[in-house]
Write a protein that binds this ligand. Sequence first.
Ligand SMILES: [Zn+2]
Length: 310
Amino acid sequence: MRLGAQVRAGPDLLEAIATAEAIGAAAVQVFLQSSRAWKLPAHRPEALAAYREAAARRPGGLPTFCHAPYLINLASPDPELCARSRASLAANLVEAAAIGAAGLVVHPGSHLGTGFEARLGQVAGALVEAVETTGGGCPILLENTAGAGGTIGRSLDELARIIEAADGHPDLGICLDTQHLWAAGIPFGTVEEADALVHQLDQTVGLDRLGCLHVNDSAVGFGAGRDRHANLGEGDIGLERLGSLLGHPALDGLAAVLEVPGAGHGPRAQDLATLDQVHRAGVDRWSGLAWRAAVAEAEGGGRTGARRER
Ligand SMILES: [Zn+2]
């Protein structure tokens, strides 16, 4: 697992690489523009190429995810807002592809009371338009939401329906945020629950479309329906539950990105150290289970105690 963090890109993007080195992040996520503005990103092509090269030069590379602005609402019933959203998505996708990003994370938006079914085709159409008109080169990762108001993407089923409505375009994937799962009332805190979630993911969206994880603790309770991140171990989820999910063998190759407040300026070295501890403890828990299952199999002819094969 590549343990990473949301970092500031700075004016020429290279600040992201310096920060990654300073805090010990093996993957990063950046905004290519102000997260709450319509003004389109406008980096010089040389700056984008310089970032791509600098990231690739790092030992082991530096998987980079971009986050699209929060204002984007592909499901808006207002045609003007929808057009702005599509333009913003396309412009961010072009730059994300130019820096060699591993994915552009976007919140699918809110139907604002008009209903999921009524907006499904519109959202899928906007996503296909973005990848087709920009020539692709970087997957769009739809992030699950905390379930507030009319937000779209609060369940794996909704995310799967969007991708299905886009004819399963190969450039579409998802990003799972632990705080949003928790707030949306989706459990993952025991190995059984984590395994059920991974199984459900495989049955709906497909495991191969999971592009990255956002690892955050939650400042609100299970099922509270609000998007409020907390530092790991300082929220309602807690380290033990996060470990159950992070240690799942099926998630091993992914990037896990912190979007926590730190001391107010984003993830710090100590937050990455905590993430590393949580991940290691989770992996140990899962490998302990595999070991016990193997022993039970050897002793009992493979019937008792063997966990489900994946
Ligand atoms: Zn997130």
